[in-house]
Design a binder for this molecule. Structure first.
Ligand code: ADP
Length: 413
């Protein structure tokens, strides 16, 4: 009686047919590849792909087209995922792309080696999914997201800029109206003192507008990668020392003194002197803006060999730890109430962070509420082979820069 045997064989045959139907109807290409890189198609998608290539040898395909990983690195034959599986690796959803004449094909490959009884690799079992449509859809979505973000950033820039521009403009307008009034009344000479005060107000607010416009333009250029950097080999100690001394001298009548200390007299590094000066002015002006006792501001330089470390510290109001991660972000102001004695736009720190990073350096802050803050800039010690002369060196002197950079601190003027 062989009934049981026949029934079992029928079941096995049915299972085999089911399995074949599943494999055949798969949308992915399923094939094996022997240790001589010959491909044996297991389903219709794999057969189509072999027909397209007119060869079932992996190496022939490889010679014909260029293969890349998703980071854009060209794959060598050794990097090819199928080759790696034959060398014993198990891969899951390895994504790569093939440059074909009609466009780029994006693929996701999974597979594992098939071993002989003696433990050597007989073949690779490979499944490849064409993810071109999905990748294109994702790219489109990402592009749309980027567009949305950049439109949002633009809206944010316009909203903030128009607010920030309006304040100094309306101050200039009021001062101008007062001057007009005296002019119309023919009492200009009687009010000479007031006229001079109004004139100063107009000048200070012109500086504020200049600072704001410069900062917005530079930050926007930085973020879109168009800000020029003029690198030359400079004595960084001299730049920092001169800037600090000039601020100290210029603000001495206002009771502000800045301590300067350095452990090195000369250190030549490749830098953009103008951007370093602006960085220092911004840090010092913040130190003044956010301190009651304006004489405890210190600037120091420390030569660390590979880097030069520049610190600007104050014993001012400090920054709450919850704000610390954000102050280098655009338009962030840790404490709005400070605006009583100063106006701020919250773009100074993001901009100087960009400046420092353009040099390959970094900027960090340590702070404690009520105790003060220390900003540390680290610049790498490098020497430039091709120096580029700065466009700014001759066009703007440091006093103008100080007036502009310190223009939003009311009680200085
Ligand atoms: P702005 O000073 O124009 O508002 P910044 O980008 O220079 O813009 O500074 C962002 C915020 O970081 C400031 O509004 C302030 O809240 C905080 N901040 C910066 N420097 C200091 C400092 N030395 N002490 C305390 N808070 C500071």
């Amino acid at each position: 009686d062989v009934t049981e045997d026949v029934v079992r064989r029928k079941i096995v045959e049915e299972q085999k047919q089911n399995l074949e139907a599943i494999i055949e109807s798969m949308q992915d290409s399923l094939f094996t590849m022997d240790d001589d890189y010959n491909i044996e198609a297991l389903n219709s998608v794999a057969r189509c792909s072999i027909l397209e290539f007119e060869s079932s040898k992996l190496a022939d395909r490889f010679l014909r087209y260029d293969y890349y990983d998703f980071d854009g690195n060209k794959l060598t034959f050794d990097d090819h995922p199928a080759h790696r599986i034959l060398k014993g690796e198990k891969l899951s959803c390895f994504r790569y792309c093939v440059q074909k004449p009609h466009g780029t094909c994006y693929l996701s490959l999974s597979g594992s080696p098939v071993y002989r009884e003696d433990g050597t690799i007989a073949k690779a079992l490979i499944c490849i999914r064409d993810i071109t449509e999905q990748v294109k859809k994702d790219k489109l979505l990402r592009h749309q997201e980027d567009m949305k973000t950049s439109l949002k950033v633009q809206d944010e820039i316009f909203a903030n800029a128009s607010h920030e521009l309006k304040t100094p403009l309306s101050v200039i307008y009021s001062a101008n109206q007062m001057m007009d009034m005296y002019l119309n009344k023919g009492s200009l000479t009687e009010h000479a003192d007031k006229l001079s005060a109004y004139n100063n107000i107009i000048k200070q607010n012109c500086y504020r507008l200049t600072r704001l416009i410069n900062n917005i333009t530079d930050l926007t250029k930085c973020r879109s990668g168009y800000l020029d950097i003029f690198i030359s080999n400079e004595n960084i100690v001299e730049i920092i020392k001169n800037t600090t001394q000039m601020v100290s001298e210029h603000l001495k009548p206002k009771g502000i003194r800045i301590n300067f200390d350095t452990d090195v007299e000369e250190k030549t590094i490749a830098c953009d002197a103008y951007k370093i000066e602006r960085t220092m002015l911004n840090l010092i002006s913040n130190a003044i803006k956010f301190s009651e006792n304006k004489s405890d501001i210190a600037v120091s330089i420390h030569d660390k060999g590979k880097d030069v470390e520049i610190k600007v510290s104050d014993n001012g109001i400090g920054i709450d730890s919850k704000h610390m991660d954000y102050i280098f972000e655009r338009y962030y102001q840790a404490d709005k109430s400070i605006s009583r004695n100063a106006e701020g736009s919250g773009i100074g720190l993001p901009l100087i962070k960009e400046f420092v990073e353009l040099h390959g350096g970094n900027i960090v802050v340590e702070s404690e509420v009520g105790k003060g803050s220390t900003f540390t800039v680290e610049l790498p010690v490098k020497i430039a082979e091709n120096e580029v002369e700065s466009l700014h060196a001759s066009s703007m002197n440091i006093i103008d820069m100080i007036d502009i950079e310190f223009s939003d601190i009311y009680n200085l003027n």
